[in-house]
Design a protein around this ligand. Structure first.
Ligand code: 13P
Length: 253
């Protein structure tokens, strides 16, 4: 039984005050909502503050980070360790977002290290994978995702896949208003589950949650969530507004 996850990736948006304001509003709007996990992933500067606020509000919302560095501490200027995240109350950690892969030139080798480090520190990675428009049009979407999975999962124990979250995020659907159709999402998510089964076995693959991300809005979430292998959504733009994000989380109503 996979509990759906609706996670908001705030990217590089919101000062501490803005983050606190949104979280207070969101918490009110989703109080009592059962059967779905909700997470917010603020920028690093707001993490600890949001973590304290969630505790103060006795909130059911989970805290997530958008990135991590795979060392416990040391001379890594500008980086944040898994221990620091965990101490700030972080539970989910987004790894390998396409913006980090493309803009910050993150390699699959580094992503594999990050995955291992997050799992070692008992947090839950949300591993993002997905193809560019060019790759999709050339019929290479599945090949790209297969290659990312193979490399990114190379350092972990296959059994650990069961506790992980994956997010299929086609790059052409991110921030473009162009959503993959529910059938496109289902096709790729089911392909991802097959790949996970080939690494860790069917039982492990059956437990892993696989999200869809890319222009998810209150208007399209219902149809996306009807798909068998879609276990939730990683939401960018629409997660910045508490009302919009809460109506995505309330997709069953
Ligand atoms: P949008 O929802 O803004 O398309 O962003 C998706 C995303 O990148 C979530 O990680």
């Amino acid at each position: 039984m996979r509990i759906p996850l609706i996670a908001g990736n705030w990217k590089m948006y919101k000062t501490n005050d803005e983050a606190a304001h949104t979280v207070r509003e969101l918490d009110k709007l989703v109080k009592g909502l059962a059967g779905v996990h909700i997470a917010v992933c603020p920028p690093f500067t707001a993490l600890a503050g949001v973590g304290r606020l969630l505790t103060e509000l006795d909130s059911k919302i989970w805290l997530g980070a958008q990135n991590v560095y795979p060392e416990p501490e040391g001379a890594f200027t500008g980086e944040i360790s898994p221990i620091m995240l965990s101490a700030a109350g972080v539970y989910y950690v987004i790894i390998g977002h396409s913006e980090r892969r493309e803009i910050l030139k993150e390699t699959d080798e580094l992503i594999a290290e990050k995955l291992r480090a997050v799992l070692e520190n008992n947090m839950v990675p949300i591993l993002c994978i997905g193809e560019t428009l060019e790759e999709r049009e050339a019929g290479r979407a599945q090949g790209k995702v297969q290659d990312q999975l193979k490399k990114d999962l190379s350092l972990i124990d296959p059994e650990q896949i069961a506790g992980m979250v994956f997010a299929y995020e086609p790059i052409w659907a991110i921030g473009t208003g162009r959503t993959a159709t529910p059938d496109d999402a289902q096709e790729m998510n089911s392909f991802i589950r097959q790949q996970l089964a080939s690494v860790g076995g069917a039982e492990v693959a059956d437990q892993a949650r696989i999200l869809y991300g890319g222009s998810v809005k209150p208007q399209n979430i219902k149809d996306i969530m009807k798909m068998e292998d879609v276990d939730g959504a990683l939401v960018g733009g629409a997660s910045l507004n508490a009302e919009e994000f809460s109506s995505i989380a309330r997709y069953k109503e």
